[in-house]
Design a protein around this ligand. Structure first.
Ligand SMILES: C[C@@]1(CC(=O)O)c2cc3[nH]c(cc4nc(cc5[nH]c(cc(n2)[C@H]1CCC(=O)O)[C@@](C)(CC(=O)O)[C@@H]5CCC(=O)O)C(CC(=O)O)=C4CCC(=O)O)c(CCC(=O)O)c3CC(=O)O
Ligand SMILES: NC(=O)C1=CN([C@@H]2O[C@H](COP(=O)(O)OP(=O)(O)OC[C@H]3O[C@@H](n4cnc5c(N)ncnc54)[C@H](O)[C@@H]3O)[C@@H](O)[C@H]2O)C=CC1
Length: 217
């Protein structure tokens, strides 16, 4: 089994080519659009969902069989046809151009695989079984969806906003880390992301007090 290395890739406005127009391709396209990629689909036949996306201009579709030139300038390539030999050819073409490639029917011939994910704003939870069992990844994703509800979106955003302000303060590194850790325990009614600077300052003062209280006990 591969020992995959997980990364968070920025694909915003980058050309990503998905070859194939069935349900697997559609799922890969959906994930790419959520990340702001510029998606090109190459396939002689495309699903209704992909057709709708093309009609509203969300993706570009090239309606024919795959040609090597289709992956020119791509940041990522997805081989998602139902033809084993075509997928193998796409993998070889991409690899020879040093373009990372995902292969739907033979993960080992590609360079990366896709995890099952839960998004809560900036919080991104990804689950992979290194290809062993997508069904297990999906089950664990569902458990995480229950455990980490929608409130994690504003919580994560609030922590990020707070962190920017704490990082600007002239305090020593240890104190800064303690403040950031203390912030994790502030209850939801304080996760206000639309407050003015004075309110942020008051929240930071409360955090300082909580820390100080701890030091004295
Ligand atoms: C290796 C990997 C490569 C890759 O695609 O990146 C891969 C490979 C294969 N999947 C297969 C089957 C299924 N895959 C799904 C679903 C998902 N598969 C995804 C990822 C991955 N699938 C990568 C490893 C992930 C990991 O490490 O766990 C998810 C998480 C992400 C995504 O695709 O976006 C997405 C869930 C999204 C979500 O809901 O969260 C379902 C369920 C369904 O369709 O409802 C089934 C049917 C049930 C079953 O077989 O378990 C087959 C057999 C094909 C055949 O039989 O012909 C292969 C090929 C093989 O195993 O060789
Ligand atoms: N990785 C994963 O998550 C999963 C992978 N699979 C595998 O993924 C593959 C695709 O599955 P589905 O989308 O369900 O198949 P599908 O049959 O719905 O779609 C296949 C698509 O490939 C296109 N195609 C065929 N030859 C082509 C070519 N030469 N150039 C461009 N496009 C071409 C067809 O027009 C069709 O749109 C299968 O091989 C299956 O074994 C299946 C389930 C999950």
């Amino acid at each position: 089994m591969n020992r995959y290395y997980p990364i968070m890739l920025n694909v915003e406005e980058c050309k990503c080519v998905v070859v194939g127009g069935g349900s697997v391709a559609a799922r890969k396209v959906e994930g790419l659009l959520e990340s702001g990629a510029e998606v090109v689909v190459v396939s002689p036949a495309i699903s209704a969902g992909l057709r709708d996306l093309a009609n509203v201009g969300a993706i570009r579709v090239i309606e024919r069989e795959y040609l090597e030139q289709d992956i020119d300038g791509a940041q990522l390539v997805f081989a998602a046809t139902d033809q084993r030999t075509t997928n193998a050819k796409i993998a070889k073409d991409a690899r020879s151009r040093m373009i990372p490639v995902n292969v739907a029917d033979a993960a080992d011939t590609g360079s990366f695989i896709i995890p099952s994910i839960v998004r809560r704003g900036g919080l991104l939870l990804a689950v992979s079984t290194s290809g062993a069992s997508p069904a297990l990844s999906i089950r664990i994703k569902k458990e995480l969806e229950q455990r980490y509800g929608q409130e994690y979106e504003s919580y994560t955003k609030w922590l990020g906003n707070l962190r920017i302000r704490i990082n600007k303060m002239e305090i020593d590194e240890r104190k800064r880390r303690e403040l950031l850790r203390e912030a994790l325990d502030i209850p939801p009614d304080s996760w206000n992301n639309d407050q003015d600077e004075e309110a942020w300052e008051r929240q930071i003062a409360v955090l300082m007090q909580r820390l100080h209280g701890r030091d004295c006990t």
